[in-house]
Write a protein that binds this ligand. Structure first.
Ligand code: ADP
Ligand code: MG
Length: 384
C-alpha cells in the first residue's frame, strides 16, 4: 500500500484500475485479477496490524504498526502442574513468582537466551500476539521477531512455527543485536563499525555491525538474572538470610551499581533467617551490593574487552570515534556506563530507551521492508 492512502482510497484505486482495464474492451482478465488482488492484499495488510516482537529472556514487547508498543510484560508463564493449563502470563504470572501454591509453577521459558521450554514459549507468544490484537481473531499479520543470537536451528524453527500457528501470514526472524542497534538509532547501513552491547535478563550480547551485517558477535550468559542470583547468594552467605528473586531484583535496581555512587544508599530488606527460620529485616548498603555484583560486572566488562580485541582494525578505529552504545534493561545498572568507559577508555553512551530498543528496531522494519530484507536472519552461521 502506498503511504498516506486511506483504506477508502485503496478500494477506489482497486476498482478504478479494474474498470480502466475492462473499458479497453480487451480480454485481459488475468491482468484484471492480478490488479484487483494486489490492491486487495494491500488493503488487508492495512487492517491486519503487522507486529514486531522482542522475545526477551526477561521481558516480551510487542509493537503494532501504526500504534507503537502495545505489550510490555515479563516473559513468565504460570502453569498448573496437574491440568497443564496456563494459569497466567506476563505481569500476573510474575506476581505469582515465588508465591505459587504446590500445583502451580511460574516458568521463564526463554531462560539464558535460548528456549528452555518450547511448549510454554509457544503459549506465551500466542497469548501476547492475541493481546496485541485486542481480541480481533481474523487478522493475519506479518510478524518480525527478534531472536537471541545463540539460538539453534531447532529453536528458530520453533519460534517461527509458533508464530505461524498464531495465524501470522509471514514471519521474519531478525537478530536481536541488529534490531537493538536500529532501535537505538545507530547508522547500521553505513560502512562504519558500530558496537552495541545489549545487557538483558539472561544474556549480554555484544555485536559489531557494519553495512547492515554483523561483523562480530558474542553472547555471555551473564546479565540481569545472574546479578539477582549473586545478590541472593551474597545475602545468604553474609547474613544467613534467604531472599527471593523479586527482592533481589529490587535491591539491584534501587541500590546496585558497577562503580561507587556519589551518595551512599541503604535499603531495608526482609527475608527468612536460615538459622532461626523466622522472617527478619536487615539493612544492606550500596557497597555490599556492589561487592555482590562485582563478578557479574567483571564478566561483562571482560566480554566487551574481548570483543574489542577481535574487531577488525578499520572497524575498531570507528568504534574509538563513535564509542560503544549500551542497551537492554541490565545496562540501567547504576554507573555501568562509567565503569565501561573507565575500563575501555572509549566513549560509552546509553540508548534512549534501553528496554525498548529491540522492539522499536524491529518495529521500524515493519514499515521498511527493504531494510528488513537486508538484515533478515537467514540462518547462515555468523563470523565470530
Ligand atoms: P531481555 O531482553 O532479556 O528480556 P531486558 O532488556 O528486558 O531483558 O532487561 C531485563 C533485565 O534488566 C532484568 O534482569 C532487570 O532486572 C534488569 N533491569 C531493569 N531495570 C533495571 C535497573 N534500573 N537497574 C538494573 N537492572 C535493571
Ligand atoms: Mg533483549
Amino acid at each position: 500500500m502506498l503511504p498516506g492512502r486511506s483504506a477508502r482510497q485503496e478500494i477506489n484505486h482497486a476498482i478504478t484500475s479494474a474498470i480502466r482495464i475492462f473499458r479497453k474492451g480487451e480480454d485481459r482478465s488475468g491482468e484484471v485479477l492480478r490488479s484487483v488482488s494486489m490492491n486487495l492484499r494491500s488493503i488487508f495488510s492495512l487492517f491486519s496490524s503487522d507486529l514486531a516482537i522482542d522475545l526477551g529472556t526477561a521481558n516480551t514487547l510487542v509493537f503494532a504498526r501504526g500504534r507503537g508498543i502495545v505489550v510490555s510484560e515479563p516473559s513468565i508463564v504460570a502453569i498448573n502442574k496437574v491440568t497443564h493449563k496456563v494459569e497466567a502470563v506476563g505481569n500476573k504470572a510474575k506476581e505469582m513468582l515465588g508465591r505459587t501454591p504446590g500445583n502451580i509453577v511460574a516458568i521463564r521459558p526463554m531462560k539464558d537466551g535460548v528456549i528452555a521450554d518450547f511448549e510454554v514459549t509457544e503459549k506465551m507468544l500466542q497469548y501476547f500476539i492475541q493481546q496485541a490484537h485486542g481480541g480481533k481473531q481474523w487478522v493475519s499479520p506479518r510478524i518480525v521477531i527478534g531472536i537471541p543470537s545463540e539460538i539453534t536451528q531447532v529453536e528458530r524453527r520453533a519460534v517461527e512455527d509458533s508464530a505461524y500457528r498464531a495465524k501470522a501470514s509471514e514471519v521474519y526472524l531478525v537478530e536481536e543485536a541488529m534490531a537493538a542497534a536500529i532501535g537505538a538509532g545507530l547508522p547500521i547501513t553505513e560502512p562504519h563499525g558500530n558496537m552495541i552491547v545489549d545487557i538483558g535478563g539472561g544474556t549480554t550480547d555484544i555485536a559489531v555491525i557494519s553495512l547492515s551485517g554483523i561483523v562480530y558477535s558474542k553472547s555471555v550468559r551473564v546479565a540481569g538474572n545472574e546479578m539477582d542470583e549473586s545478590i541472593i547468594q551474597y545475602i545468604k552467605r553474609k547474613y544467613n538470610l534467604l531472599i527471593g528473586e523479586r527482592t533481589a531484583e529490587q535491591i539491584k535496581m534501587e541500590i546496585g551499581s558497577a562503580a561507587p555512587l556519589e551518595e551512599p544508599k541503604n535499603m531495608e530488606i526482609k527475608g527468612r533467617n536460615l538459622i532461626e527460620g523466622i522472617p527478619k529485616t536487615i539493612v544492606v548498603t550500596d557497597e555490599e551490593v556492589r561487592e555482590a555484583l562485582a563478578d557479574s560486572v567483571a564478566t561483562i566488562v571482560n566480554a566487551v574487552r574481548v570483543a574489542l580485541e577481535r574487531t577488525p582494525p578499520e572497524l575498531s578505529a570507528d568504534i574509538v570515534d563513535r564509542g560503544i552504545v549500551l542497551t537492554g534493561g541490565g545496562s540501567l545498572l547504576k554507573k555501568l556506563d562509567m565503569r565501561l568507559m573507565q575500563e575501555t577508555g572509549l566513549p560509552v553512551s546509553m540508548a534512549e530507551d534501553p528496554l525498548s530498543s529491540v522492539v522499536l528496531g524491529a518495529g521500524m522494519m515493519l514499515s521498511d521492508f527493504d531494510l528488513l530484507r537486508r538484515v533478515r536472519w537467514d540462518g547462515a552461521t555468523l563470523p565470530s
